[in-house]
Design a protein around this ligand. Sequence first.
Ligand code: AP5
Length: 220
Amino acid sequence: MRIVLVGPPGAGKGTQATRLAEKLRIPHISTGDLFRANISRQTDLGKLAKSYMDAGNLVPDEVTIAMAKDRMEQPDAVDGFLLDGFPRNVQQAEALDALLKSEDIKLDAVLDLEVPEEEVVKRIAGRRICRNDSSHVFHESYSAPKQAGVCDTCGGELYQRDDDSEDTVRTRLEVYHTQTEPIIDYYKAQGLVVTISSLGPVDEITRRALEALKREDATQ
Ligand code: AP5
């Protein structure tokens, strides 16, 4: 399957993408994680991306699209992928459509995670991620690690993302509403959007997502 995951910051995209990718046996491609990996390796792309990310703004389309395209063309993504955080505006959605068309393939679904803004703020304030792998995500109270400050999966140090400060989160939410939400209508016009609530226990949301995707698949 080829799926796009969309939702505001803190909706649980990364949390659900890890689980869905495992269940559906497709790679989880997160542009946020790819940028963070570049930042920790101190590449030129990482240095460029950091200034935009720390301010809560989108990294320019040109470098983002090239990075996402390069990752989607890796051998593990030939039969499907789950995109998390890409596309993030209509220009990126159009670039993705053009790329898929050139390969004669299509998206199967756009999974839209709905969550109220006050919950987003609580989730982001308590989020802690692993220095070794930013897909290892915890929450101080909702999904606390067994030992405070230590990743359950690999023993790495847990830290708070630089862009998780209150001010930056406000900017990220505004950017989501003005630039990313329009892609939901863009994909609705293609009949691809499946919306589920991202409130409740993590396992329950994964179950909800798999059921919604199965229904979508049956209509193809
Ligand atoms: P990115 O890393 O994609 O961040 P985001 O979209 O803002 O989303 P988050 O990672 O904040 O949240 P999430 O929905 O993954 O939630 P999570 O699962 O962690 O992007 C960061 C930046 O990179 C952007 O601002 C931009 O600058 C740049 N960027 C990335 N892609 C780009 C693109 N395409 N174009 C341009 N720029 C781009 O969950 C949050 C917390 O809640 C966790 O602590 C988790 O444990 C907890 N939680 C999850 N589910 C539940 C639940 N059901 N109940 C209780 N707690 C829960």
